[in-house]
Write a protein that binds this ligand. Structure first.
Ligand code: ADP
Ligand code: MG
Length: 216
């Protein structure tokens, strides 16, 4: 599904990723963990660029249109798979088939009553759930999420993680919470200073490795 070989990525004078090799097969559930600035976001974008048409992406800062309603933000997840006239029609008045598809997704995220609210008027956790709903509605083979539950209440984060993990055969997430990574991913990639520090089945990741990964 993804095959990076000796990949380096720089931003102007910052080397963000150095000689990364990473192979991800279809059907894998992978989490990137590691300190802030390690290169997790850059690595996710590198994957996205390989297969933009097959990916639903949840951005770290949500990437919503704050002036538009929750419905319209979620609907945007499939703009490219509908005809222009149908997109315009939905902009004017949400159509029954799309409502019937989007409403249950919002309900599964405890957002059922917010369908017609303006996205910009909602809390950070609610906005993050809109971004997740948009990716679920897009319904792609590959789900990429950049810290997709970072603003969601801890007691809800687990059930949202479950939804995400079941939403696509291949799921690759960066996660701030090591606990969630250990609980939900089958494979953990520890990223540190632009390099892959370890790449192991979750069960083989030791406390000592985790301590080393986050060592300052
Ligand atoms: P993480 O997601 O693990 O926090 P990032 O991939 O965002 O890490 O960043 C990796 C490195 O690249 C950091 O040193 C960061 O400062 C740098 N970086 C990220 N985005 C930019 C950018 N747009 N311009 C310049 N440097 C950047
Ligand atoms: Mg990041």
């Amino acid at each position: 599904m993804f095959d990076l070989k000796n990949q380096s990525i720089s931003y102007k004078d910052t080397l963000a990723l150095e000689n990364i090799s990473l192979h991800i097969r279809a059907g894998e559930k992978v989490a990137f963990i590691g300190p802030s600035g390690a290169g997790k976001t850059t690595l996710l974008y590198a994957l996205y660029e390989r297969r933009p048409d097959q990916v639903a992406f949840v951005h770290q800062h949500y990437a919503l249109v704050p002036q538009l309603s929750v419905f319209h933000n979620v609907y945007a997840g499939k703009l490219d798979s509908h005809k222009t006239w149908y997109n315009l029609l939905n902009l004017l008045k949400p159509q029954k088939p799309e409502l019937a598809c989007i409403q249950p997704i919002l309900q599964s995220l405890n957002m059922g009553e917010l369908l017609h609210k303006r996205a910009g008027a909602l809390s950070g956790g609610q906005q993050q759930r809109i971004a997740i709903a948009r990716a679920l509605y897009r319904n792609s083979e590959i789900f990429l999420g950049d810290e997709p539950v970072s603003s969601i209440d801890p007691h809800q984060a687990g059930s949202v993680m479950e939804l995400i993990m079941q939403s696509a055969p291949t799921v690759v997430l960066s996660l701030h919470s090591v606990d969630l990574a250990l609980q939900f991913a089958q494979r953990l990639v520890g990223v540190r200073k632009g390099q892959i520090f370890f790449d192991l089945p979750t069960l083989d990741v030791t406390k000592m490795l985790l301590t080393e990964l986050y060592r300052s």
